[in-house]
Design a protein around this ligand. Sequence first.
Ligand code: AMP
Length: 406
Amino acid sequence: MNDCILVINCGSSSIKFALVPLQADHPRPGGLVERLGTSEPVLKITDENGIRQQFDLAGADHPAAMKAILEHLGERQPIAIGHRVVHGGERFKSATLIDDDVIDGIRKCTSLAPLHNPANLDGIEATRRLFPELPQVAVFDTAFHQTMPEHAYRYAIPTELYQKHGIRRYGFHGSSHAYITERLAELSERGTGGWVIAHLGNGCSATAVWQGRSMDTSMGMTPLEGLVMGTRSGDVDPGLHLHLANQCGWSVQQIDQMLNKHSGLMGVSGLSPDMRDLEQAADKGHAGARLALDVFCYRLARTLAALSCALPRLDGIAFTGGIGENSPLVRARALSMMNALRPCLSAAANENLARGSEGRIDQARNDDTTEVRPEIWVIPTDEEGHIARETSELVQTHANHPEART
Ligand code: AMP
């Protein structure tokens, strides 16, 4: 019997899902529901034979969409459900078995993630109603970063704001950074040393990890801080808000839309938020695309170098996410600006690494044997696999020790 975990990532207008078998190398059916909340939601599903199908879900809300997902997954029913939850605040430091009290705790974190946590809760409540007998686990994006020291997670603003309102840096992409950390420990002889991990997708964040624990990360109280992203600005001068409000008459909502939806690669290039489009356009001489690439790579290099300050020793750098896994150009450009850390990229290994595969891309054997250079790795991320594993481990622990909920 091949047990599997249903992994759910529920947004306000979409539900991503995957049925993850606990035995590695088994097929992983999955898909997504898009356009929830409109008149034409649609379910796109790829079954275990790789066959893709699409179904109209006219009129479906979150519970109806969830029911449709389970019906179309066929005979293979899950033994537990793992939910990606964006914000766990300071309460949730690891994956947690869901009960009414945990739901209440997730709701209390809503002020920190007003767009995400309510949608995550919609997904949890729908699956709890549909499958009251199945154990459900919340896996938090923020949990991996709860090990950050206070000097890394505090903003230099009045302490009262932290104490009364929880305003501090939390970090995100926890399942991805945790997965890459585990994989590095398996792949590299340097094991759980000091690593800087760059997760570069539509959202981008980088994390410094020492002995398996997050020491600092580029995202902050929200996923807007840090690196340049597809449509998100990353770091800007906090004085920008006041300037746009006072000098240009912008509302808070307009500023928020601009920073989250119209900035980043999209904003600088004026062309596209998608790195593939920008690489092609830059190649043909598009000035906006070239500048967007320059800004992206420079800010990336600067952030990776800065994060090395969180580590007693830098053993290596790892790239993941759609851009990190697939763009030799971005990897090479960013590393070429990090001379102070002495990375030694193998141009051939960087260019020739097959898309979607794991590999080491530094010049492993330096002639200069007195100097230890950072290793450079590319590792495709597996957030769903990580959520499924956390879910299954917690459910098993709870079965053996019913008092254990985290
Ligand atoms: P993700 O959010 O992890 O799916 O990553 C999406 C980003 O990865 C988009 O900016 C894509 O353009 C980028 N990406 C995917 N494939 C490639 C590729 N072959 N070369 C450059 N960027 C890519």
